[in-house]
Design a protein around this ligand. Sequence first.
Ligand SMILES: [Zn+2]
Ligand SMILES: [Zn+2]
Length: 316
Amino acid sequence: MTSTLDDATTDQSPKGRKPMFEGQRTLTSRIAVYIFILGPFAALVAAVPLAWGWGLSWVDIALSVFFFYFSGLGVTVGYHRLFTHGSFKAKRPLKILLAVMGSMAVQSPPTTWVADHRRHHAFSDREGDPHSPWLFGTSPAALARGFWHAHMGWIFDNDVTNKERFAPDLMADKDIIRVSKLFPWLTVATFVLPAVLGGLISWSWWGALTAFFWAGLVRVAILHHVTWSTNSICHMIGERPFASRDKAANFWPLAILSFGESWHNLHHADPTCARHGVQRGQIDTSARLIWIFEKFGWVSDVRWPTEARLAKLSVK
Ligand SMILES: [Zn+2]
Ligand SMILES: [Zn+2]
């Protein structure tokens, strides 16, 4: 398998004969993946019937929305557009804050996330892509299997993407390494903080418990599925107005929940572009936040789309 991957002409990762994987997951890390992926998922399944009996307070809703945006934008603006694709440059305090926010989405430390995602772009929808829905064929059964694999099955693969090959810049960044090492603690914090706030605001243990459930577990689960939908749905269904060498598509129903990441066709056509929703009416909250950061002078060198470039990329 490795030889065909090394021969891939479109592999944009640094060469130098570094292997694709750096090893296998340890037992502790395998168990942690099961707990922190399936735990919030189970809460999501339980959420609807429980909401009936428990009720759901306004404090829970407000905390859920806040932490959804906080951790979600950490992934889209921080992990994705800044760390993976270098769509803009950020001042050091903002860079660290975005790494911390993204870590609180419980998707992996920034180094791991970026290595996996750069491998996705380097091999998109071909062998070597960690999460393509097209790896098993195009029959209905193969696509069902592919959907599952692209959505969440791939997370349980034990091969670890080689960070020295795909993310050497982040491995050399002391701030990012420090945040990556704090990942277990940030995972605890993302569940405990809503509980503490919910308890203090409602001044009750019950308020702490419901906030833990809604703004901790259920919020993380929904964000997981939104992020994974970009890998599964947005590589299967939608419009393809721009030329990309894979099946990436724009899927409008997820635009708001995904903070603009579901304009995935443009993203694969022009990965370093800071705005993914480039056409009229395409809401892109992440791009709006980057624009605000730029106004405050906290980010620079933002790669905004230009008319000429979009015209070149568009499918006539
Ligand atoms: Zn993609
Ligand atoms: Zn990307």
